[in-house]
Design a protein around this ligand. Sequence first.
Ligand SMILES: [Fe+2]
Length: 366
Amino acid sequence: MKLELLDNKVFFENEGSRKEIHPFWLRERVSGENFVDNATQQRLFDPTELKENIEIKNLNLTDQFLEILFNDGVETRLKIQSILSEFSNNNDVKSIDKIKWDASLKDLNNFEFSNNIFEDKKMYEALISFYRFGFVIFKNVPIKNNFIVNFANSIGSIRRTNFGEFFNVKSKPNPNDLAYTSLPLAPHTDNPYRNPVPCIQILHCIQNQVSGGFSTLVDGYTVTEKLKEDFPEYYKILTEVKVRFQFIDQSVVLEDWAEMIKLDENKNLRQVRFSPRLDFVPLMDKEKLKLYYLARNKISELYNSEKYRIEFKLMPGDLLMMDNYRLLHGRTSYDANEGERFLQGCYIDYDSTEGRLKHLKRKFNI
Ligand SMILES: [Fe+2]
């Protein structure tokens, strides 16, 4: 990638293709204290108020800078590197390669907690690991009640829901969700009926005296890729049919329509939703429904297969952070008479982890 100049025009050259850069695009990016606030990097001018037909009057390219004089008299020096990086569309998070995993995953991605971890390079490493595997576990996080709120708000901002700012996961009488019982929970994603679905779930173990109650995780990325490979028709229908997910209790009705496997504009996985107690497929042709049910059974079989599931016991002080758009989670049953099992949970969204990751990257010049 490089810049080239010709007849007061700037061209961007990349792998043999050469395109002119619109002069206004460059004019919007003028730097200097008269145009950009140094601390916030926000513009001090409103580009929509520039009515003039912006053209370039004079140009110069040095080793590091593109120097431009515009026809409205404004002069600027733009860093060539900054222009090129905008063209490369380099997204710090999207460029982290996901690592597919299954039951053979042995290293559980543990990071030791410390009070200053949120500003430490170790948090950067933990977040990179989170984006690679879809989860990360912090060890020895203080088990003070509600510390999870501090934790979430130190990465970014907690995402409040109708379950509250955070929720206590322990068996209780008359629960409004199976999570609050000692029953086993098959792999599922949380809150598929919300719009938007919370991106990341955090679970903090405060007490775990029971012999069962193992936490389970499944990589939805691994499973959906496997489905695509072995059963392309099933994969296709699950990426196309929008299903109604629903949650009802005494004070709220929540609904959202979405595909079980949602793809992005490049046909890559964007989000899995799976919660077979809460999904309602629309009334379609009998043949189409037949295929849909076969597909749902197959993906359920894969999600529930031991081949893909890891199982581990969260101990007091362990804090699990997992990607609710990629992973499924669950737990094995336990006997509430054996003692206390008490986890606290909450949600954060991707802007929290992305914001912190980019901040730490900038801070440590990585
Ligand atoms: Fe859950």
